[in-house]
Design a protein around this ligand. Structure first.
Ligand code: GLU
Length: 450
């Protein structure tokens, strides 16, 4: 292993020993850029890796709020402003009970390279809280969001840092956060948050962007192999914003999601989630109870398999994990490889453990694509929202969609080209890491001490 890489990895492990998710992504990204480090010995002198693994700033704060029964609660809030060498910090907020500093740092680190891949002027960042909106009333969610923003507002702004959604933070939460932000700072700063409702400055297609973008990326990967998206069957995990966008765009393109998994088990619908009725039912089901997908099987008379995941099913062409981190471990990866399915397209942030990812990449019959490229359309449309806000304009769906398609095409091509440049062949995972890394590295070097 490159000596500089080894030293930084060892130091990072020693310094952050209690942050497993963070170490997982650092190891995955840095080992895959080894050929770049071999070709650029000057990076070591500039302490480039040491600077990249350390967030520019980590903000941690107390969030105190009161529930409907007038009980007090204290949660922890975070904003990890990772790297602004390419532009204002940009990245989502995650509200989930398992949020901790390790998860915030892993997501922030990934966001730096994802945002770089978009070629838009945005730096990388992530935030959130160990508060979960699941099972909370609207009033409770609003009071929590207000308390959270009452601290966060001083660290963000349209030219500084612009948060958006992630797991547990959708349109409702962004609305409450934005309302509180404006209550505090006044009428300015529309671009200080993205994922807003279209009536308050949101971009058309932002809710659909991540799922649609994943499908646009998939179309490019299929084209590379002379394959058509039409008629393809897809198995996904997750049916949140992202999963839903995949279902909808798949249907638009003549493909279909025939399996989807939730926390309680998985659904097998051989006809696919293609009709408006089915797509609308998923929205309703999720709003009522995000922990159970079984009602879909009852409503449409299809199979529900309780308590397990759909990885390993054979009657699909593509797997797309779109739920959360470490969804696919080595055991699941072995089932996936044994199924004979060719395409493994990551969508959720870091859905695959490192050993599982290595295993899948080593399968000669498989094409593996990494989440930081595949899911980059969400943050891209967030940036388009900031651009519209700065211009005081709304763009049409056609304009936004055309940009989305172009961005995803560019990301795919840049990944292919970067891997080829370093003699790695058709390696979409290493290619995305290298393309993102080099953009950030060049920007950091150009700015001297940073
Ligand atoms: N949370 C999303 C992501 O992982 C979106 C971030 C944003 O729109 O700023 O990329």
């Amino acid at each position: 292993m490159n000596a500089y890489l080894k030293r930084v990895l060892d130091e990072t492990k020693a310094k952050n020993a209690n942050e497993p998710e963070f170490l997982q992504t650092v190891e995955e990204v840095l080992t895959s850029i080894e050929p770049v480090l071999d070709a650029h010995p000057e990076y070591e002198k500039a302490c480039l890796l040491e600077r990249m693994v350390e967030p520019e700033r980590t903000i941690e704060f107390r969030v105190t709020w009161m529930d409907d029964n007038l009980q007090w609660h204290v949660n922890r809030g975070y904003r990890v402003q990772y790297n602004a060498s390419l532009g204002p910090y940009k990245g989502g907020l995650r509200f989930a009970s398992n949020v901790n500093l390790s998860i915030m740092k892993f997501l922030g680190f990934e966001q730096v390279f994802k945002d770089a891949l978009t070629c838009l002027p945005i730096g990388g960042c992530k935030g959130g809280s160990d508060f979960s909106p699941i099972g909370r009333s609207d009033g409770e969610v609003m009071r929590f969001c207000q308390a959270f923003m009452t601290e966060l507002y001083r660290h963000i702004g349209p030219d500084v840092d612009s948060p958006a959604g992630d797991v547990g933070v959708g349109g409702r939460e962004i609305g409450y956060l934005y309302g509180q932000y404006r209550r505090i700072v006044g009428a300015s700063g529309m671009g200080a948050l993205t994922g807003k409702d279209i009536k308050t400055g949101g971009s058309i297609l932002r809710p659909e962007a991540t799922g649609y973008g994943a499908m646009y990326y998939l179309v490019e990967a299929l084209k590379h192999d002379g394959e058509d998206i039409k008629g393809k069957r897809i198995a996904i995990s997750g049916y949140g914003n992202v999963g839903w966008g995949i279902m909808k765009k798949a249907a638009d393109l003549g493909a279909k999601v025939t399996y989807f998994a939730g926390p309680d088990g998985y659904i097998h619908d051989p006809d696919g989630v293609t009709t408006e009725e089915k797509l609308n039912f998923i929205l309703e089901m999720r709003a009522k109870d995000p922990m159970h997908c079984k009602p879909y099987a009852e409503k449409f008379g299809v199979e529900f398999v309780e308590g397990t995941k759909c990885w390993g099913v054979k009657d699909v062409d593509i797997y797309m994990p779109a739920a959360t981190q470490n969804d696919v471990n080595l055991d699941w990866a072995k089932k996936i490889a044994a199924s004979g399915v060719k395409y493994y397209i990551e969508v959720a942030n870091m859905p695959t453990t490192n050993d599982a990812l290595e295993f899948l990449k080593a399968q000669k019959h498989m094409v593996v694509a990494p989440s930081k490229a595949v899911n980059a359309c969400g943050v891209s449309v967030s940036e388009l929202e900031m651009a519209q806000n700065a211009q005081r304009q709304y763009w049409t769906a056609e304009e936004v969609d055309a940009k989305m398609q172009q961005i995803m095409k560019n990301i795919y091509n840049a990944s292919v080209e970067a891997a080829e440049r370093y003699g790695l062949g058709y390696d979409l995972v290493a290619g995305a890491n290298i393309a993102g890394f080099q953009k950030v590295a060049d920007a950091m070097l150009a700015q001297g001490i940073f």
